[in-house]
Design a protein around this ligand. Structure first.
Ligand code: MN
Length: 232
């Protein structure tokens, strides 16, 4: 599998609260939020829990949900022990790769795209106020793009007692690619430009680097994280 990743603090923020994880058959991105260094701790904590989780013995979707619930519990435990971390949270988008199949666990507004036969398709639903209003038919896409609460999350790991995980799965075909990213990419680079960069770069790492560079060239207003994988 050809995999590449890049994370960057961007041009405005002082801390990088994003993170990513690549381990055997697993790709993940997380975008943390919280005061002081709490956002970094939240995203780092969930990625560490995923890194150490013993995947492979059970049913993939069940394991994925169990791992994400363990990550949620760990973030909440840390926040309960230290007032400076109270309310911290993070997005988490995970792809668990199995032969011919991808299992996705998703909470928040980071994204997973499937790159197949020259098209890029967003497979995850953003858990943001604006995206929920758009799905409910209460606003249109133009309004969602400029909605004052477009970056306000309706779900996150750790931030609220309850956790609702989206579990998605789909078959992987020869030639498919996967793109995982935080909103630091997707808020500045549209899908047409993402696809162009993927097509123009021969390796996953070159594509990941170029996508981050494009977000920086467009202002780099947020931390930006990209994972690109070409499984076969
Ligand atoms: Mn972000």
């Amino acid at each position: 599998m050809d995999v590449g990743a890049r994370t960057h603090v961007g041009k405005v923020r002082r801390n990088n609260e994003d993170g990513y994880l690549i381990r055997d058959g697993l790709l993940a991105v997380a975008d943390g939020m919280g005061g002081h260094r709490a956002g970094e701790i939240a995203s780092g904590t969930v990625l560490t829990v995923l890194r150490d989780f013993p995947f492979g013995s059970g049913e993939p979707a069940a394991e994925l949900e169990e791992a994400m619930r363990a990550a949620h519990a760990r973030v909440r435990q840390l926040a309960a022990e230290d007032a400076s971390m109270a309310g911290m949270g993070t997005t988490l988008t995970v792809a668990l790769l199995r032969p011919g199949r991808v299992h996705v666990g998703h909470v928040g507004d980071s994204r997973l795209y499937l790159w197949r036969r020259g098209e890029l398709r967003q497979m995850t639903a953003d858990h943001s106020v604006a995206a929920e209003l758009l799905r409910a038919g209460q606003i249109d896409e133009a309004a969602a793009r400029v909605h004052p609460h477009r970056h306000v999350l309706t779900r996150a790991i750790g931030a609220l007692p309850e956790l609702h995980v989206d579990l998605i799965e789909f078959p992987l075909e020869p030639g498919d690619g996967l793109l995982l990213c935080t909103d630091g990419l997707s808020s500045l680079v549209d899908e047409e430009d993402m696809l162009r960069v993927l097509v123009e770069h021969p390796t996953a790492q070159a594509a990941a680097d170029a996508l981050v560079q494009l977000a920086l060239a467009r202002g780099g207003i947020d931390n930006v994280t990209v994972v690109v994988a070409r499984p076969d």
